[in-house]
Design a binder for this molecule. Structure first.
Ligand SMILES: Nc1ncnc2c1ncn2[C@@H]1O[C@H](COP(=O)(O)OP(=O)(O)O)[C@@H](O)[C@H]1O
Ligand SMILES: [Mg+2]
Length: 275
């Protein structure tokens, strides 16, 4: 088993955010975690990345319990599982390429980082990654000057700078319009397909999970209530995950990406992606 979560639990006071969940991953897949707000999706990713301590349980990667790691080993793990956030978490007033190079932070000395002194090789690598993601022409601009979709691609570039084994994305498209959402999801999927990096991606919409993921984990109130292939994600299964009654409608959990798939708009996406 490449990756395994065992009886993972997180309590906040008397509330249980993540409740003894377990799942295993044999091969580096593209896995979506879906569920309504408050289901425990973010808490799950934050425990895996060690941004927050678990209350109980184990997280094994290559057989090693990463919850037990301390100090330098913990930081090494954090650079192996890069995190992408809904709000991009860039430094808005700094230029794009510097933001990308911050992906190396865990591997470099504090002093060099403090003075923004980056080796030439880092700069070249950052530009190469930006080129790969189609945004190299913005390298010298301040991050805040870019559109949301471009900023999220900068955040993905920063994650790639870490050369991670796993990418954890916490609702990476929740702040984006449908077109930018598609570009960002396409980018994550491409990184997965081309580099074989595992992606664990929190999504709050069904259609995106169905379209991009090889496997979908549905969470409700801290527990896993669905774990299967996207095609097994029936309306009944979705009701179980979202806890909706008869009035449940798929459109309510849709980002409308599919609605964009007309030939004319596809041409626009292609053009946009090339910019
Ligand atoms: N730092 C915190 N302190 C107290 N409760 C929290 C904290 N973070 C999350 N929670 C609670 O844990 C539950 C799961 O939250 P979260 O993991 O953010 O869900 P999701 O990402 O699926 O929306 C929610 O009930 C939330 O209020
Ligand atoms: Mg969340």
């Amino acid at each position: 088993m490449l990756f395994e979560v065992r009886a993972l639990t997180k309590t906040f006071g008397r509330a249980t955010a993540v409740d003894t969940i377990a799942f295993g991953v044999e091969r580096p897949g593209f896995i979506g975690v879906i569920g309504r707000s408050g289901a425990g999706k973010s808490t799950l990713l934050r425990m895996i990345n060690r941004l927050t301590d678990a209350s109980a349980g184990e997280v094994l990667f290559d057989g090693r319990d990463i919850l037990r790691l301390r100090g330098a080993e913990k930081r090494a793990w954090q650079s192996e599982c890069a995190m992408i956030f809904q709000q991009f978490n860039l430094v808005p007033r700094l230029d794009v390429v510097t933001n990308v190079m911050f992906g190396q932070l865990n591997k470099r000395s504090t002093l060099a980082t403090m003075f923004n002194v980056f080796p030439r090789a880092d700069i070249h690598r950052a530009i190469d990654i930006l080129e790969r993601l189609g945004i190299a022409e913005h390298a010298a601009k301040r991050a805040e000057a870019l559109s949301g979709g471009q900023q999220q691609r900068v955040a993905i570039a920063r994650a790639l700078m870490q050369d991670p084994r796993m990418i954890l994305a916490d609702e990476p498209i929740a702040s984006l319009d449908p077109m930018n959402a598609q570009v960002v999801m396409d980018t994550l999927r491409r990184i997965h397909d081309e580099d074989g990096r595992m992606v664990l991606c929190n999504l709050h919409t069904l259609d995106t999970a169905r379209r991009y993921c090889d496997r979908v984990i549905g969470m409700r109130a801290g527990r896993i209530v669905f774990d299967g292939k996207p095609e097994e994600l029936t309306t009944t299964a979705a009701r179980e995950i979202y806890g909706a009654d008869e009035s449940f409608s798929e459109s309510a959990t849709s980002t409308a990406i599919e609605a964009l798939e007309t030939p004319a708009l596809r041409a626009v996406h292609t053009a946009e992606a090339a910019v």
